[in-house]
Design a protein around this ligand. Sequence first.
Ligand SMILES: C[S@@+](CC[C@H](N)C(=O)[O-])C[C@H]1O[C@@H](n2cnc3c(N)ncnc32)[C@H](O)[C@@H]1O
Length: 316
Amino acid sequence: MARAHQPVLYHDIILALHPKSGGRYVDGTLGAGGHAAGILAASSPDGLLLGLDVDPQALELARQKLASFGERACLVRASYTTLSEQLAALAWPAVDGILFDLGASSMAFDTPERGFSFQADGPLDMRFDPTNPLTAAELVNSLPEAELADLIYRYGEEKAARRIAQAIVRARPVSGTQALAEVIARATGGKRGHIHPATRTFQALRIAVNQELEAIETVLPQAVQALEPGGRLAVIAFHSLEDRIVKEFYRKESRDCLCPPRQPVCTCGHKASIREVTRHPIQPAAEEIQQNPRARSAKLRIAEKLPVTSNRLSVK
Ligand SMILES: C[S@@+](CC[C@H](N)C(=O)[O-])C[C@H]1O[C@@H](n2cnc3c(N)ncnc32)[C@H](O)[C@@H]1O
């Protein structure tokens, strides 16, 4: 049985959002409810929290964990990409803090039947949302070789993507996580350093199955728009692709003008909507990584909504 860890960067999240009584908060990636419990405890006695997750298993765990907070916690099975809609349904015009702790939960990683890991054998699933019609098996066994190679290269930043895609296509049908990991290990000549050769391909498949990058791009403008002035947005990313999206969004939305550098007069009219609280991301201390090795790649970026909001934010 896997050990339960404190959520990644727990204290930094509570410090960043500084929850207060009477405040309204969103945890867009509820998971087992660890961060949400911290936000609710810190905003006692009457802070409110909207928690979202697409995974019914996670939602059930969170429900049990947050039961003692009663109606202060409103938990909804929905994608965070529907944030604006969820807030409108609650008639919450604005909130004081929003958290996204991206990726799969430890619970999902540690459940072989979910297919996220090759440490134990499982089906090639990798869906956060079990009603999503696309599974990893579909991509692995049906995509044309060139498309599979592109996917592995783009979402896994895997240099050996062509070789891996060719080996997968030759080995079709590939039916489980360990069979896939073995095909990849053979194609790449075994272990390179500390990282298993299948790690990047598994990341690529998971990102594609769950459309993770599109989801982040869709929700960030909604999150900024939903914040009260002074409200905070905290995002924990676990790989460079998602961290880059957050970083570039923060950089862009914290600038007053986006015209080319040599242009003498601003013609774009873009106004900063946030201030970057963390110019450099916060990363877990060595002690946290020792207790929870999965925390090692976590990067937390925090932004604060400015008093005057740009009306140019394009909400997808
Ligand atoms: C790293 S876990 C969050 C852990 C959580 N912070 C805790 O304290 O337990 C990420 C969660 O986000 C969920 N998730 C991923 N994509 C989502 C989306 N588009 N909308 C809502 N939840 C999503 C996953 O199902 C997973 O449970």
